[in-house]
Design a protein around this ligand. Structure first.
Ligand code: COA
Length: 156
């Protein structure tokens, strides 16, 4: 049986780069970040990335999520969150955001920001449940699809 207990979360390392990039292409297709961006995200001192695996197959990545917070800043960003289809619907998205917020609080962050496609109601619903509210729109932010981004903010 698959349930939330079937999965494990841990801190990402640069050794996860290849699998993260491959998963990113499957999940985000046209919006996928290039390997160079992922490398700098995973190597940065100012980010905090978590990855999801199956508990009984820890070498295979099924998801990831990341925080960016600069030293001394009271604002932070959810950089991204993505789960393979097989790992959706088990509360992992909620757990990942909860843990990013905990780390952000530990770093002194008060306000969190993120961008989300206007045509992604599932992610918006997750974010709203954490108190995120729309504060703006970035026209045509997602290219080449030319889809707008909602900019959302939450006090944590
Ligand atoms: C968005 C995503 C991370 C959610 O992760 P998840 O583990 O499936 O979500 P959870 O099981 O933790 O559910 C959390 C909340 O998300 C929303 N949600 C999840 N699945 C949903 C669905 N099928 N329909 C509507 N809302 C849904 C609900 O608000 C849910 O809260 P609830 O269970 O109290 O109703 C996941 O769907 C995903 O990776 N999607 C593709 C990538 C993506 O869109 N990333 C966001 C980019 S901004």
């Amino acid at each position: 049986m698959t349930d939330a207990e079937s999965f494990a979360l841990r801190r990402a390392t640069i050794d996860d780069l290849d699998q993260v990039v491959a998963l990113e292409r499957v999940i985000f297709e046209n919006d996928a970040w290039p390997e160079s961006l992922w490398r700098s995200e995973l190597e940065s001192e100012h980010t905090f990335y978590l990855v999801v695996t199956r508990a009984d197959a820890p070498a295979e990545l099924l998801g990831y999520a990341g925080l960016l917070s600069l030293p001394g800043a009271t604002d932070g960003d959810v950089q991204t969150i993505g789960l393979a289809e097989a790992a959706r619907g088990y509360g992992l998205g909620r757990e990942l955001i909860r843990l990013l917020h905990l780390e952000a609080q530990r770093r002194g962050v008060r306000d969190m920001f993120l961008d989300v496609r206007v045509d992604n109601p599932v992610a918006q619903s997750l974010y709203r449940s954490f108190g995120y509210e729309q504060i703006g729109v970035r026209k045509g932010y997602y290219q080449p699809d030319n889809v707008d981004a909602l900019v959302m903010k939450a006090a944590i």
